[in-house]
Ligand binder design. Sequence first.
Ligand code: HEC
Length: 168
Amino acid sequence: MRPGLFVLSATVGLSISVFSLSALAAGEKREDDGKWLTPDDTITYNVKEDGAVDWYTYNGFRRYHSECHVCHGPDGMGSTYAPALIDSIKNLDYYDFAEVVMSGRERKLADGSSSIMPAFGDNKNVSCYGEDIYAYLLARADGAIERGRPRKRDAKPEGAKETESACH
Ligand code: HEC
């Protein structure tokens, strides 16, 4: 009779989802891996009590100031050339915003010239971060963050790193 060796290996994976019941109350935003979403699942911003903004909003600040501020003015305040996006954003949902930013827009003015918003669909510094720029402008429009670079921010979420490398 040969001795038998039985090895029992049990791997128990526990996955626990913890969510706040209060976040389910009507109209409240929720967090998903560092990204803040409205009840209808579009991007929004978050500012903690110590002033730290979520990473996406901070990234939106950076992208805005590298690609948009030359025309739309610092901090979304507008210029003689292009509208103040901190006002525009109040009337634009994310999808309308993304449409204008990706496809551009041209409007004929009374004097025969054109007011042109260039298309950014081919510019990955913008097209990969449309949500971030939107979140930043929302935070500015609501007065949740001051002018200038936010002093504190959350760490970059894993999801942001993955989305970024997939987009570029
Ligand atoms: C070369 C100048 C220029 C740059 C750069 C630019 N814009 Fe514009 N943008 C304009 C002009 C001019 C308009 C107004 C177009 C019109 O009259 O309809 C406009 C309009 C818009 C609108 C619509 C506003 C409204 O009230 O309906 C949005 C949204 C917008 N831009 C977002 C952006 C974002 C985001 C960026 C950076 C990624 C950007 N723009 C960069 C010139 C620019």
